[in-house]
Structures are given as C-alpha cells and as structure tokens.
Design a binder for this molecule. Sequence first.
Ligand SMILES: NC(=O)C1=CN([C@@H]2O[C@H](COP(=O)(O)OP(=O)(O)OC[C@H]3O[C@@H](n4cnc5c(N)ncnc54)[C@H](OP(=O)(O)O)[C@@H]3O)[C@@H](O)[C@H]2O)C=CC1
Ligand SMILES: O=C(O)[C@@H]1CCC=N1
Length: 274
Amino acid sequence: MQNDLKIGFIGGGNMATALIGGLVGKLTAAGNIHVVDPNAEALQKLERKFGVAGAPQIGDALGQCDVIVLAIKPQQMKDVVRQLQPFVSAQLVLSIAAGIRTADLSRWLNGHAAIVRAMPNTPALIGQGITGMVALAGVSPAQRDAADAIMRAVGQTVWLDDEALIDPVTAVSGSGPAYVFYFIEAMQQAAQEMGLTAEQGVQLAIATFTGASQLAAQSSEPVSLLRERVTSKGGTTYAALTSMEASGVKDAIVLAVKAAAARGRELGEEFGKD
Ligand SMILES: NC(=O)C1=CN([C@@H]2O[C@H](COP(=O)(O)OP(=O)(O)OC[C@H]3O[C@@H](n4cnc5c(N)ncnc54)[C@H](OP(=O)(O)O)[C@@H]3O)[C@@H](O)[C@H]2O)C=CC1
Ligand SMILES: O=C(O)[C@@H]1CCC=N1
C-alpha cells in the first residue's frame, strides 16, 4: 500500500463504489475511508463489501479526512456542499459530478481553493476507467498527486489546463461507455434478426469491441488505417460502411457527443446558481 490517505466520500452510489473498490487495500486501508449516504442500503453494501465506515449524514468524520470526494448527483450538489462547508478547512475537495463548476463549488465553500474537478467513467469498476481532471490554482502539488493517485487506482488519468474542456471529456469518455453499449445492443439486434441467438450475438459483438479496441490501443497506426484494412474492395465491410455513411451515422454520433457536452454546460448553469 502506498500511503494512509484518509478519504471521505459524499454519495455511495455507482461511481463511489467503483472508486472505493479500486482504492481499498491499494492506495489506503478500508479503515481510512468514510462514506456519507442517506441511502441505508447503499451504505450497508459498501460496508459489507469493502469494510469501510459510513454515516447517513455529513459530520465530524469528514473534518478528519485529507480528501473529500463529492460523488452525488449534480442536482444535489449545492445543498450538500453548503452542509459540508463548516467541516472543510485544508482538505482537498474532489468533485466527480457532471457539469458542476469549480467556481461554484468554491463559492459554496466560502472561497475554498483546494478543489479538483474530475470526470471518470464506469469501466473504473474493473480498473479500466479513464478520468479527465483539472485543478484550481489553490491545489498544492501533494494534493494534485493525491487526486491523481485516487483516480489512477481505477484506470488512466488525463490532466487538463482548461476547465471548459471537462464538458467535452464528459461527452466523450464519461458518457462514452453508454455509446459503446448502445452499439453492442444494435449489433446484437442485427445478429438476432439474421438468425443467431441473443447469446451468440452479444458474444460476437463484445469480443469484436474488445479485440478491435485492443488492436487500436496496441497499434501505432491511425484508427482510420485499421478500418481500411478490414474494408476489402467491393466486400462486406464496404457494404456496411457505405450504408452507415448513407444513413449519416458518423454525423449523428458527432452531433450526439456534442449534445452531451452541451448538457454538461447546461447542468453547470442550472445547478450552479446562487
Ligand atoms: N454513472 C456514471 O457513469 C458517471 C457518473 N459521474 C458523476 O458521478 C456522480 C454520481 O453518479 P452515480 O454514482 O452514477 O450516482 P448514484 O445515484 O449511483 O449515486 C449517488 C448516491 O448519492 C446518494 N445521495 C443522495 N443524496 C445524498 C446526500 N444528501 N448526501 C450523500 N449522498 C446522497 C444517493 O442516494 P439515493 O439513491 O437514495 O438518492 C446515491 O446512493 C454524479 O454527479 C455523476 O455526474 C461521473 C462519471 C461517470
Ligand atoms: O449521464 C451523466 O450525466 C453521467 C455523467 C457521465 C456519465 N454519466
């Protein structure tokens, strides 16, 4: 184990579970993690699975933490952060919420400057996540390292200089797993409509995604070239890609990803007021 960082989580849902799963016994001991969640079921699950301690509401235990991770929904952020404010002094506050801007978090925390905003994704559950992150100028080098180590416990990290880029990161990799699952679902549907079983369809689609992404990750060549290698002249792939181009699939994906980024900005405006 690298250190004994004390980490508090507010919100013990999907993303907190993924992060805690990566941290316990790797970056810090279970006894150093404190989770606040009013949902008794979520809390018990975390306590049983990872041996972490929990409480239904914000209290003194968070004052003892080195890092407080905000893992609640954007809609809940303002109320929760205002409740948290009396317990925050020198801690690093690490928010993983979509949309919510560091300037708003800082204002709700009476000008607190040690804030990192991060956007992970659900492959974090299996240690294959990727997180885009940005730090306010008031974050010390040690706190930045701590934030990086927390997110690296569940995958890769990419640091950004400009907070405005977090919404595009949210749109590409934060929401991205859902686009991949959607594509897999479509391939499975096509497989079934052509006579394969649902199990065969999903097995073929998932293995294809895994294999193709590993190939892209391990190759030094551009992805477009890898695509061209599959596409024999006058062959089956050419027929499929021509059909996709005619249906505007690529443009629709570009538009969809931009819609996610726009929603991120909207969430920031909608729930960052006051
Ligand atoms: N899911 C994803 O793929 C990603 C999510 N995120 C961000 O992570 C954040 C959390 O998302 P996710 O984990 O999916 O959401 P979840 O709904 O799974 O988790 C949120 C948890 O917070 C609890 N909660 C509600 N009110 C409070 C409160 N006042 N104090 C403490 N806990 C509270 C909820 O309880 P209850 O269920 O009873 O409301 C729930 O258990 C969001 O801001 C999201 O934008 C970021 C990247 C990816
Ligand atoms: O859909 C959402 O708002 C969250 C943020 C990124 C993934 N899930």
